[in-house]
Design a protein around this ligand. Structure first.
Ligand code: ZN
Length: 440
């Protein structure tokens, strides 16, 4: 797993483009991935498959002709999805396009701008502080054009058609724990399950997709088949040596929730169990109210909670072979437990809409399948990848959208997210104006 990660680390990945293809090609040396190409412009629920982005080179040169920022030294230096540029500008103007983390002056941040056409560079705050007031040559040799979104899928047929889904994302550039750890562990699990497939009751499906838009695209294409998914996990941040964190499925009482919690208690190691929250990774889409799949997420140190997260410090020295091995073994034990319990359990779906008898405030999400694209309505931040999580207003939108399935009252949502009801109502009004929510 560590060797595979070392090979994948230098590749500049994004939500589309050749970096993803190269990554999937290398994974295909281990498991026979089915690679899908979905054309730019295809409508997937409320979203559109974006234009494809590729980059050859990028740098900033000072007046002496020295490259003071060089994409070839670290692909984190480029604001992911930057449009091409080639011009000379003064420091003041350049600064508007530079991103740093003053609190972690040695580290380069990871930033994206998938849906707003702009350009930018990321650098350590130490390097930023050294910039003189002079002219700089900025050069980005990138291309944004109609192409496709690429993802990989691997299916292992078991005795039953019921499926266990493992999903990880392949859109982050040189970052290890988030999420090459998920990629290499998924590959290793897929390999070992293939070898043992005759003994498997369940069928297994592995997804290697770009985060968010990949999950939305996959769900949109495979909507008819998702009923087969009996259990699932989003695999991310599994390569460090931190304690395990389990984020429960949306309902919180599915078989996978019970099995993983029991397993963590039995391990006698410190661990954290979190209730589902509608921010995070692709569980946001899989557990949107229109799907509500029994999919949880297992991590060690959770995204957003370790200081290396979304910076150049999340590198090959931050993750370890022991960390990967421990995560892999834990997942194998979880799979064995799911297999052993194959006959006994069945997930019960509970899709009733609550009758509103008590004059409670209840909203209904009018776009329940995956998140609506808040960005195109001006309701989302334009630069992605913030270390300190998303802003409170977006958090409120996501809580309202995820739990407004008719079954939860405003009071119940408020209790879950710890945002006062009167605050939530203000955000609900904005969603109502945007035809994303209605009062029932
Ligand atoms: Zn991330």
């Amino acid at each position: 797993m560590f060797d595979l990660m070392t090979r994948l680390f230098p590749i500049c990945r994004s939500i589309t483009g050749n970096g993803v293809r190269e990554t999937l090609k290398i994974i295909s040396e281990h498991i026979q991935l089915e690679v899908h190409e979905i054309k730019s412009g295809k409508k997937v629920f409320d979203w559109i498959v974006p234009m494809e982005w590729n980059i050859n080179d990028a740098y900033v040169k000072n007046e002496k002709g020295e490259k003071i920022i060089d994409f070839k030294k670290s692909n984190l230096h480029i604001l992911n999805y930057s449009i091409p540029i080639n011009k000379k500008i003064k420091l003041d103007e350049l600064k508007k396009h530079l991103h740093t983390i003053p609190e972690q002056p040695d580290d380069i941040p990871y930033k994206t701008s998938y849906y707003n056409k702009q350009w930018g560079f990321c650098l350590s705050h130490n390097e930023f502080s050294k910039l003189n007031d002079e002219y700089y040559e900025v050069f980005i040799d990138s291309e944004l054009k109609n192409g496709s979104l690429t993802y990989g899928e691997y299916f292992i047929e078991g005795k039953s058609k019921k499926e266990i889904l493992f999903t990880c994302y392949v859109c982050h550039p040189s970052l290890c724990n988030d999420n090459l750890s998920g990629v290499v562990i998924s590959t290793a699990l897929a390999e070992i399950l293939t070898k043992n497939k005759k003994e498997m009751n369940y069928s297994y499906r592995f997804l290697f997709i770009p985060e968010t838009i990949g999950a939305i695209t996959w769900l949109s294409i495979n909507e008819k088949n998702i009923e087969k998914i009996e259990h699932g996990l989003v695999l991310t941040c599994l390569g460090d040596e931190g304690n395990f964190t389990y984020k429960k499925t949306r309902d919180g009482n599915n078989i996978i929730d019970n099995i993983i919690q029991k397993k963590l208690i039995k391990s006698n190691q410190k661990h954290t169990v979190k209730n589902f929250f509608p921010t995070g990774s692709d569980e946001r889409q899989f557990c949107s109210p229109g799907f509500n799949l029994p999919i949880g997420s297992l991590t060690r140190s959770m995204y957003g909670e370790f200081k290396e997260y979304h910076t150049s410090a999340d590198n090959l020295s931050f993750v370890s072979k022991d960390g990967l091995k421990g995560s892999f073994e834990t997942l194998v034990e979880i799979i064995i437990e799911l297999e052993n319990n194959f006959k006994e359990f069945k997930n019960k779906k509970n899709n009733k809409i609550k009758k509103n008898n008590n004059n409670e405030v209840i909203y209904l999400n009018l776009n329940p399948k995956c998140e609506p694209q808040l960005g195109k309505r001006g309701l989302y931040h334009t630069i992605g990848g913030p270390k300190d999580g998303i802003s409170p207003n977006i958090e409120a939108f996501l809580w309202l959208l995820n739990f407004s399935d008719g079954d939860y009252t405003l009071a119940e949502i408020s209790k879950k997210c710890q945002i006062p009801e009167n605050e939530l109502i203000k955000y609900a009004e904005i969603l109502i104006e945007n035809k994303l929510l209605k009062k029932i």
